[in-house]
Every structure is written in C-alpha cells, then in structure tokens.
Design a binder for this molecule. Structure first.
Ligand code: OAD
Length: 247
C-alpha cells in the first residue's frame, strides 16, 4: 500500500518518457548518515565555516586544516552505505531508454550503489589532485607531511572537489547542460537548489519543455516552479515511484 500520493499523470509521464535526467544533492545521502550542508543544526555549514574550509584561499592559509577536514569527511563516507534512494535510481536507469544521472555530491555513493556514467559536478572526495597543476594523483609517498606533496612537482596535494569560487569541471557541466536541455523529465532530488550553476539546470530543463519533479521533504526555491513536488525523503519516495511506474 502506497503511503505517498503519486499523481496518475506523473506515473504515465514517466512510463512513456524516453529521456529522464536526474540531479541529486546532499539530501539523497542523508539517509546513509552523511550530513547535508545547509540544514539548521545538522548541516555541515551550520557547524563549520565554508570560507575557512572550502575555498582555495582557505587551503593556502591553512592547508593542514583543510586536508584534515576532508580526510574526516572521507572517513564518514567510507563508513556509509548507499540507501534505498540510490538503489532506486540504479533501477530507474534500467527502465528508461535514455537516463542521465547528475550529482552535486562528492561521496561516490551513486557509483557504490551501481550507477554508471555519473556526471559529478563538484568532483569526488576519494580523488586527489595537485594544487598547482590540477593533475589527478593516485599515489604519493607518505612522509608524514600533511597535506602530502605532489610526486611530480612537489606542490601540495588537495582533494579533487570544487571549492567556492572555483569553476565546475567543464566537461561535466557541459554534459549536464546537454541533458537538461534535451530531457523530457528532470528530477531535482535532495538539493536546496541554492548553489549555482547546478541550481540553474532545473530551470534550464523547464525552459526547454521538460517536466520537473522535485523530491525534498522541505520546500526550496524550485518547489513552486516544479511540475510535481514530492515532499518526502528520497529513500522512501524513490522506491515507491519505481514500483508504481515500472513494476
Ligand atoms: P544542501 O545541504 O544545501 O541541501 C540539502 C537538501 O536535502 C535540503 O534541501 C534538505 O531539505 C534535503 N533533504 C534532507 N534529507 C533529505 C532526504 N532524506 N531526501 C531528500 N531530500 C532531503 O545540499 P546541496 O543542495 O547538495 O558544494 O548543496 C549544494 C552544494 O553546496 C554541495 O554540493 C556543496 C555545498 O557547498 C560543494 O562542496 C562544492
């Protein structure tokens, strides 16, 4: 028995859609125990100052603090498992002829759940790159120095995530924009829809004629514009949606 009221025309829309694009944010991983950013009390940005931790200037000023904060987040994520929401998106990809998954998350949980070709707009916590050359580095010698040094040029290593003030990876943003402009249905799941340019993808999809479905227990700036707003946790609503539409 369904606990969430899924409109019949939403079910029909998804059943016949040939291209579905999904964009996720921190909320999809919340039920895996990973803190979001902007929620009062529990969000990371309620407890930590992004200017001190998530900017290139912060890294130059205090590289050790920044490296260790990301190492802590990497440990949190490494102890976490994908939840029912991540798994439902793996299933959805099997039923939709053309499916694009875009994420703002850096936790790698979509891939761990089994999603492939994930477009990562903000990088990945598990990857490291050189601060100067921006080359991805897989191995380095552990001398005890924190952060460690790039084996190629000797500069400091940093997490391969996008910080405030930095550009998004060009290929990822292009692929995400292409999907937004060509999909018939665009999902915005577990994101506060406040951070640009990611937030503008839903609007872009809308302007190109896509129906927009938001999944978020609370309202966001996108809610009033969305074709459907399902106000429930992603781990609850996504499995029900997949069951109702395709099974
Ligand atoms: P936010 O923390 O801004 O928003 C998380 C959203 O998830 C909120 O709107 C919550 O209501 C919602 N939420 C919480 N639990 C949920 C659940 N179980 N199911 C569905 N939704 C739920 O996170 P993002 O929008 O992802 O950037 O933040 C965007 C970017 O800002 C992040 O990628 C990060 C951050 O600074 C970088 O690190 C570059």
């Amino acid at each position: 028995m369904s606990m969430i009221n899924l409109p019949l025309d939403l079910i029909t829309l998804l059943r016949t859609a040939k291209h579905v694009a999904v964009m996720t944010g921190a909320g999809i991983s919340a039920e895996s125990g990973i803190p979001t950013f902007r929620e009062a009390q529990t969000g990371l940005w309620a407890r930590y100052d992004p200017q001190e931790l998530a900017t290139p200037q912060a890294f130059v000023k205090n590289p050790r603090l920044v490296w260790e904060w990301y190492a802590w987040r990497r440990e949190l994520v490494s102890a976490a498992q994908p939840n029912a929401g991540h798994l439902a998106l793996v299933e959805m990809a099997q039923y939709v002829p053309h499916f694009t998954l875009i994420t703002q998350n850096v936790d790698g949980l979509h891939q761990l759940a089994g999603s492939t070709d994930v477009i990562e707009l903000h990088g990945n916590l598990h990857r490291t790159k050189c601060f100067r050359e921006e080359t991805v580095i897989d191995e380095w010698v552990d001398t005890g120095e924190v952060p460690p040094r790039c084996p190629r040029c000797g500069d400091r290593l940093r997490p391969d995530v996008v910080w405030f003030g930095e550009a998004l990876p060009r290929a990822a943003l292009q692929a995400a924009s292409d999907a937004a402009m060509t999909c018939e249905v665009f999902f915005s799941i577990g994101t506060s829809a406040l951070v640009e340019p990611a937030a503008s993808l839903a609007r872009m999809a809308m302007h190109h004629g896509a129906k927009v479905i938001e999944i978020n227990p609370v309202a966001t700036p996108l809610t009033s514009m969305a074709t459907y707003a399902l106000q429930a946790p992603a781990g609850r609503v996504l499995p029900e949606l997949v069951r109702a539409v395709w099974l």
